[in-house]
Each structure stands twice: as C-alpha cells, then as structure tokens.
Write a protein that binds this ligand. Structure first.
Ligand SMILES: [Zn+2]
Length: 324
C-alpha cells in the first residue's frame, strides 16, 4: 500500500493575494510511516519549547510577527522570555481594543502565530528549510503536484476550475505511478503482489464534498486518461495536527507556491527552497518530469518545472560573432 498525503497552498479565489493554486501529494509506502513520523518529531523537538508541540503549518510561521520587532534584543532572549514578552505585548493590545468584536478579531489573529512566537524570524526560516530538507533527503518519498496560475485565460474565464483540475492531475499521476510499479514487478514475476494507493487529504480542505463527488465519478467512469486502477476507497480526510505526512506536504506546497508566486527568480531564496525538494517530484529514468506541472499560458514561464517539461520560452541566442 502506498499513501498519498495531499494538501493545497493558495486558494482558487481570484481576489486573494495568491497568484497560484498549488495542490501537492506526498507519496510514501505505508511501512515508512513510522520512520517519517520519527523524523518529523525529531525536527519539531529542535524548535519546540520543552513539553510543547506545534503543527507544522508554513502559512503560520513564514510570516512577519510584528511584536517581535518591537521588543529590544529579541534574538538575544531565551525562548521562554521571548514568548512571555510577545504575549504581554499582545495582551496590552487586546485590552486596549474598544469593543468585544475588535478584541475577538485580535485574539483570532494572534492565535494563528501563537505556537511560533518563541522563534526568531531566522529560526522560523530555518524550520521551513529543515522540513523541506527532510523531504529532499528521503528517497522513499515521491511528490506529485499541479500548480495552476490563476491568471491563465482558461482559469480567469471560469473554463477551468483549479480545484477540480489539480485534484484530477495529482490523482491520475499517482495512479499512473502505481501502475508503472506494477508493470515493473510484472516483468519480474506474474505472481507479483499488487500495490494499492490511498489518498489522505487535510480535513480543512474546503472542497471536501466536491472532491468526494469527483472521486466517485472516477471510480465509476474513469478519469480523463483512463481507468483508476490502483487508488482504492475514497479519499480520507484527516486532521493535519495528527498526521505527519500532511504537515510535511503543507511545507512543500507552500515552497512551490512561493517559488512560482515570486516569478521563479534565478538565485532567489524561494528558488533555493524549491530546489530542496524539486528532485523528489516523480520522474522517469531518462529524467522526464511527470510529477509536477505548472499550468500557465504557453511560453510565458521559464521556471524549472516548465524548463524540464519543455514549456519554457525559447531563449534568444545572440549570433553576433566574437572578436573584432
Ligand atoms: Zn513555470
């Protein structure tokens, strides 16, 4: 059995700040679950205060925490003192609000980053890098992803629904990967053990009902590229605070979206983070990339995924002769 943990970064909403909707799936053999869990717990231990835990959720720790910049020598304080000082400053601001509605809005806003206020900006940056390196260094992991540019004419006009298309792409590629493993095993022995796949999605994934319907249709009629052969049951929806694979795929989806949202600048911090996991996307022995597609208007993007898939614009080669 192979598990595919899937989570999205960005939203399908044309009005919000994200330029892409990215759905990523992190695939591991079920027997690897314990090792993965151990690795994630060990990573968290380095960043948690003793006796505490947090859910790895990149959108909550890869942000500016303004109170930290207002506390003198914040970086030099112990983690306990940092937490106490940020909490005190926040409490002052909650108390200063004039009505209960505003107080509640402030409490809700603070709650999002509460688990990470003892970590400096640099430490939070390293936390993301370490989570990505954990995936990058693990050769039992394979990634599958679809990144949809919301300004693509087909998306902007409503012809393509990003959530539907992303789920279709990730699911069918996962199924094709299991099919490929089966072909490989079949060559060795017709009495091979067939591997099945199970999809686990974050229960906060807002489109649960639509996804369940879409999956049922695949089960009955196949997906646009054929029959679903190996992915079994219906997608499971689980709480990401309890499932290590969902927390790791959250970090990976965030890194992919940030890389593309910031226009895939060569040498950028976002590119370096993307490169920590790029080699984990499914590819064949010839280096053809199957596991990641950037759905963007043809010839308009030169990101590493578009380059590998041959969709990047052709570079102008200068024909000026050298020398005098
Ligand atoms: Zn691209």
């Amino acid at each position: 059995m192979f598990l595919l943990y899937a989570d999205a970064s960005g939203t399908a909403d044309q009005q919000d700040h994200s330029k892409h909707y990215v759905l990523l799936g992190l695939c591991v053999p079920e027997g690897h679950w314990f090792a993965l869990n151990r690795l994630l717990q060990s990573l968290k231990t380095r960043y948690c205060q003793p006796g505490q835990d947090f859910e790895l959720h990149a959108a909550e720790f890869c942000v500016s925490i303004n109170e930290q910049t207002e506390i003198p020598d914040f970086d030099q304080l112990s983690r306990t003192d940092r937490r106490a000082k940020v909490q005190a400053l926040r409490q002052q601001r909650i108390d200063a609000e004039k009505n209960s509605k505003k107080k509640k809005a402030r409490i809700d806003k603070y709650r999002r980053t509460e688990q990470f206020i003892h970590l400096t900006r640099l430490e939070r940056s390293r936390l993301l890098e370490d989570a990505l390196d954990l995936v990058g260094a693990n050769d039992r992991i394979r990634l599958f992803g679809e990144a949809i540019h919301k300004a693509h004419p087909a998306v902007a006009s409503g012809q393509v629904d990003p959530v539907h298309q992303a789920f279709e792409q990730v699911t069918s590629r996962f199924d094709a990967y299991l099919q490929m493993i089966d072909h490989w095993k079949l060559k060795k022995s017709p009495r091979r053990k067939i591997d099945n796949g199970l999809i686990v999605l974050d229960k906060d994934y807002s489109t649960e009902a639509a996804i369940q319907d879409q999956f049922k249709r695949y089960r009955q009629h196949g997906h646009p590229w054929g029959q679903m052969r190996h992915v079994i049951d219906v997608p499971m929806f689980a709480s990401s605070d309890l499932v290590c694979g969902l927390q790791l795929v959250d970090a990976c989806a965030y890194a992919v979206r940030r890389y593309l949202d910031t226009q895939a600048v060569v040498g950028s911090h976002e590119e370096r983070n993307f490169l920590r996991i790029f080699h984990r996307f499914d590819q064949d022995g010839q280096g053809n990339l199957h596991g990641l597609r950037h759905y963007v208007a043809t010839g308009t993007c030169a990101c590493l995924a578009c380059q590998r898939r041959g969709h990047a614009p052709t570079r102008q080669v200068s024909m000026t002769p050298l020398g005098p």
